[in-house]
Design a protein around this ligand. Structure first.
Ligand code: DGL
Length: 245
């Protein structure tokens, strides 16, 4: 069984890519929406949440866990790997493919405050973005929009505009979606950024990596698809969004 968790529904943007490659596995998904957003929380807080969710999912039968959250990966994945004896697959802003894709030489990175200040991201940026300029912006209010199901329309556009406009004005032609909630806002982001801007979502690459690790460790069972949805708060947005995948 594959466990997937996020601070909320954002991890479903990763799950939909995983499902394309591994359609016959059993899944358990945890939306930690009673504690969402993670973006402004301390590292210790996120580690505690990640530990509790991991214990729960292992108790339910998870043999591998996808930390489908950039913020939680940055804060907690190394602790999880130390404390639990199963494989963990994490997320991080896709700076490398973005640096290769940009023609203007300016890459926009949209992520949470927690991700942008984490050593993991700072190291990745230093390694892969030497020849390009990186413009960073917190997707202020993006997670709240997705959690409330308002991904298009006037309110969504006004919120998205505030974080996207500075990146476009700085010359970014490639934008990294460095939070798993943001792909659900792609339509609105495109409307503001224009069709010539490339949006980079690491989810397909993460799904491929998960498949490789599962093959290597003999964890692919093909026993038939099942999904068990869980949430620490209200489950309605999760169930609603899940049905649209
Ligand atoms: N979806 C998460 C991420 O990838 C976290 C968003 C949040 O809770 O702030 O970073």
């Amino acid at each position: 069984m594959i466990g997937i968790f996020d601070s909320g529904v954002g991890g479903l943007s990763v799950f939909r890519e995983i499902l394309k490659l591994l359609p016959e596995e059993r899944y358990i998904y945890w939306s930690d929406n009673a504690h969402c957003p993670y973006g402004e929380k301390t590292r210790e807080y996120i580690i505690d949440r990640a530990r509790e969710i991991t214990s729960f999912m292992i108790g339910q039968g998870a043999e591998i866990i996808v930390v489908a959250c950039n913020t939680a990966t940055a804060a907690a994945i190394s602790t999880l790997r130390e404390e639990f004896d199963i494989p963990f697959i994490g997320m991080e802003p896709a700076v490398k493919p973005a640096a290769q894709a940009t023609r203007s030489g300016v890459v926009g990175v949209l992520a949470t405050a927690g991700t942008l200040k984490a050593t993991k991201y700072i190291d990745t940026r230093a390694k892969w973005a030497q020849d390009v300029r990186i413009e960073e912006h917190i997707g202020q209010g993006f997670v709240e929009l997705v959690e409330s199901g308002k991904v298009t329309g006037e309110e969504a556009e006004a919120v998205v505009e505030r974080s996207i406009r500075p990146l476009i004005e700085a010359g970014a032609d490639t934008i990294v979606l460095g939070c798993t909630h943001y792909p659900f806002l792609s339509e609105t982001i495109r409307k503001i950024a224009g069709d010539s801007v490339t949006l980079i979502d690491p989810a397909p690459a993460v799904a491929r990596h998960l498949e490789e690790v599962m093959k290597e460790k003999g964890l692919i069972h093909k026993n038939g698809f099942s999904m068990s949805l869980h949430s620490s708060g209200s489950i309605s947005t999760l169930e609603k969004l899940y049905k649209t995948l």
